[in-house]
Design a protein around this ligand. Structure first.
Ligand code: GLN
Ligand code: ZN
Length: 749
């Protein structure tokens, strides 16, 4: 047996790539210096894998921004105006990644989307009739040769044509057929070029095979690969999949002339059974048994048993997906040894692979013993009271009384808001001063009292500002929180935080997901102090601001010893306690953000309900089911791509939902109308992701557009999302235009 991985995190142990790239963007370093940083990181990572004893080392998993962008760029699938612009290749690449405004022109970035069911974002290639794919050398070959010069013969990796087309957007009447022939030539030439350079293996990633596939898609795949593989010559091809199973196409995959097939045995529920139904003796199975998405140690005995049950002749051990989705190493974290021993980040997963390899060959039995001991003792003390509470939940715990329409009348009376009430999504700009004060308080340079007084001042200033600007429902501004998950985690039992556990989210941006270590219980009130302080300053209602259980779960590393459902319900009870506390302290409107609700929606539609929505939606209902009829519950989502789950969103049974709409041409409103959506809506009336200030007239026009689809008494007026990343000046200007626009449209009604 041998060992390999699908890909390694590229940002560097200390996020060197992020910092270098950002310096390059700010013109603090040259292109050569940035390229040099990339080169050093690649070398360091290849050697790390080599020293860890990994036998097959991938290359071209490195990227300056994103691998799908790399693939499109490699094959020259860029818009004409960028291809011909007076820019270096590197700057053309970055122009696609993040837009460009300067002497060479004004180019928009390609859009970004979440990569399958992860929080990583890829660039969406925009393919037009004139896009022409071709291969003439480039990054994939250069990096193979670079490693070869270091004495390491890598296995280059590339995203395959099926996934490339699946994830791209076809613009202006283009379709897959326009590109198939060119792609076949391009991939064939790539194969020949790598063969000539001395490569033995090529890894082609086709994760899109784990979606539900149509007969047409399967045909396309078969046709394409039959031709491509007929031309592969001596190069061995690994067809790599991840994030799920390949039930729709397995029978074809094993017939095609691949040399290796990579299957995810962690998330791919049906893969083991598929393999057992027959795996050809002349192919190698790349068995993805080490979880590339979560940070826990592998359970060796379970893995070894699974491997034996597969009974495949040629086996290579690998990760379930690229290690891109977990932090670099646990070495630099300061957890106590009893805790640390339970974690394996990217670097530690390498050791797990080589240990499993040897154990499978009946060597080093001590490793197995140690691993068994680790799992033998209970890792955490479970909370019997919490367990009991969850076991005792009955239908009525998930149902708010009275029903929506009745509460609506009561809330109308209680809140007495005008038509088209105005509000914001929660956060106001997190200025440098705020971040500095928080850092000073953490380092104990200022006292807790000083910090509290400072935050209160911010709240006071902004409450007054909102009143003057004419907002109907105010917010306190979220100055106390750095982030919508970490802040909550810090007030919950059961959470752990890393110091350096960065995971790439997109481009140079990383997130540091906290770890759910044990049972989650609310330790103490989380936001009550801030919300009640804000409410004490004004007669207008102040909206309490919470993160919902599904989002907290989806942006944390979850436990593996209890189900996601159970973990989410624990979180739901914790947030429920906070909701009731806010209500008891006089907060009349409470917003529970579910910005990441869609993230773990299964990739296969047939699993949406049974595997996810059937517990995720009840988790949200559990949070607010016990409030008084007069208390108004809001929720917020950072996207409007829920046209396909509208009934589920309505079943959350919130009173009001705000969502991103300004960039999606308000298409969603028609869908909501068609499906008789009951929840009141606040479609974002301007895009907060840009510093641009919308004019009053634009917002008026947007509101007219909304009112064509939704009756005025169902509409709220608010921006797209929170304003924490914006500057104060543009924020105030935009919001003044928003309230002025609402006033004008109200007068017209
Ligand atoms: N209430 C949060 C804020 O305003 C919501 C953020 C989000 O949706 N991502 O910042
Ligand atoms: Zn948002």
């Amino acid at each position: 047996m041998t060992t390999t991985i699908i890909g390694f995190p590229r940002i560097g142990a200390q996020r060197e790539l992020k910092f270098a790239t950002e310096k390059y963007f700010r013109q603090k370093i040259t292109a050569e210096q940035l390229l040099q940083t990339g080169k050093e990181l690649r070398k360091r990572h290849w050697q790390l894998l080599q020293n860890a004893g990994i036998n097959q080392i991938p290359s071209n998993d490195f990227s300056f921004y994103d691998n799908l962008l790399d693939t499109a760029f490699l094959f020259h699938a860029l818009p004409q105006e960028i291809a011909t612009a007076n820019l270096s290749a590197l700057d053309k690449y970055f122009a696609l990644a993040r837009g460009y405004q300067g002497p060479a022109g004004d180019f928009k970035a390609w859009p970004m989307k979440k990569w399958f069911n992860t929080n990583y974002h890829y660039l969406v290639p925009q393919l037009t009739k004139t896009t022409k794919f071709y291969y003439d050398g480039g990054k994939i070959k250069d990096e193979f040769c670079e490693a070869l010069r270091l004495g390491i013969k890598t296995r280059p990796t590339i995203i395959g044509p099926f996934t490339l087309l699946h994830l791209s957007e076809f613009v202006a009447g283009a379709d897959a057929d326009d590109f198939t022939a060119d792609l076949l030539t391009a991939y064939t030439n790539l194969i020949q070029d790598l063969t000539a350079a001395g490569a033995e293996w090529l890894q082609i990633d086709e994760p899109a095979l784990v979606y539900d596939l149509s007969a047409t898609q399967i045909d396309w795949f078969n046709n394409f690969y039959q031709q491509l593989l007929a031309a592969k010559g001596p190069l061995k091809i690994l067809l790599q999949t991840y994030f799920g199973d390949v039930r729709d196409i397995y029978s074809s995959l094993i017939k095609l002339d691949f040399d290796g097939i990579g299957l995810d045995l962690i998330e791919g529920k049906k893969n083991a059974a598929l393999i057992q139904s027959g795996f050809p003796a002349n192919k190698t199975l790349f068995a993805g048994v080490v979880n590339g998405k979560n940070i826990w140690r592998n359970h060796y005995q379970k893995t070894l048993t699974l491997l034996e049950q597969l009974s495949v002749a040629n086996l290579t051990l690998t990760t379930s997906c690229s290690l891109l989705h977990i932090p670099y190493s646990v070495q630099t974290e300061s957890f106590a040894p009893e805790i640390k021993q339970h974690f394996a980040f990217a670097q530690e997963k390498l050791t797990e692979l080589t240990q499993l390899d040897q154990l499978y060959n009946h060597q080093q039995p001590d490793w197995l013993k140690q691993n068994q001991q680790l799992f033998a003792q209970p890792r955490v003390k479970e909370d019997p009271e919490l367990k009991e509470k969850i076991a005792q939940l009955t239908a009525k715990d998930f149902v708010r009384q009275p029903a929506f329409q009745q509460r609506r009348q009561l809330q109308r009376k209680a809140l007495n808001l005008p038509l088209l009430p105005t509000t914001t999504i929660g956060s106001f700009p997190q200025t440098k001063t705020i971040k500095k004060m928080r850092a000073a308080w953490r380092k104990q340079e200022i006292s807790a009292d000083q910090y509290r007084t400072f935050i209160q001042q911010q709240i006071k200033t902004w409450v007054k500002w909102q009143e003057d600007a004419g907002f109907d429902v105010l917010v306190h501004g979220e100055f106390e929180r750095n982030d919508m998950v970490e802040y909550f985690g810090q007030h919950l039992d059961g959470y752990l935080f890393t110091k350096n556990g960065w995971v790439q989210s997109y481009g140079t941006r990383g997130v540091k997901p906290p770890i759910i270590w044990g049972d989650v219980v609310r330790k103490s009130p989380i936001t009550v102090e801030w919300s009640t302080y804000a409410q004490s300053l004004t007669a207008k209602p102040v909206k309490g601001m919470l993160t919902g259980p599904v989002t907290i779960l989806n942006w944390s590393f979850p436990r593996e010893d209890i189900s996601l459902k159970e973990a989410t319900w624990q979180l739901a009870l914790a947030i429920q306690a906070e909701v009731l506390d806010l209500e008891a302290h006089g907060i009349k409107i409470i917003q529970i953000d579910e910005a990441a609700l869609r993230e773990k929606l299964p990739l296969r539609k047939s699993d949406w309900n049974s595997e996810y929505l059937s517990w995720a939606i009840p988790a949200f209902r559990l949070v607010h089911s016990q409030v008084k009829p007069q208390t108004q519950i809001h929720t917020h989502m950072c996207y409007s791509e829920f046209g396909d789950i509208i009934p589920a969103i309505d079943e959350m049974d919130a009173d009001v939902i705000s969502f991103e709409a300004s960039r999606s041409n308000l298409e969603i409103l028609q869908q909501l109308q068609d499906q008789h959506f009951k929840t009141l809506v606040g479609p974002g009336v301007y895009d907060i992701h840009s510093p641009r200030v919308p004019t009053k007239e634009e917002i008026v026009a947007e509101l007219h557009e909304i009112l064509r689809k939704v009756p005025a008494e169902n509409v709220w007026v608010n921006p797209d999302c929170g304003l924490k990343t914006r500057q104060e000046k543009e924020t105030k200007a935009s919001l003044l235009n928003l309230t002025a626009a609402a006033r004008q449209v109200r007068r017209e009604l």
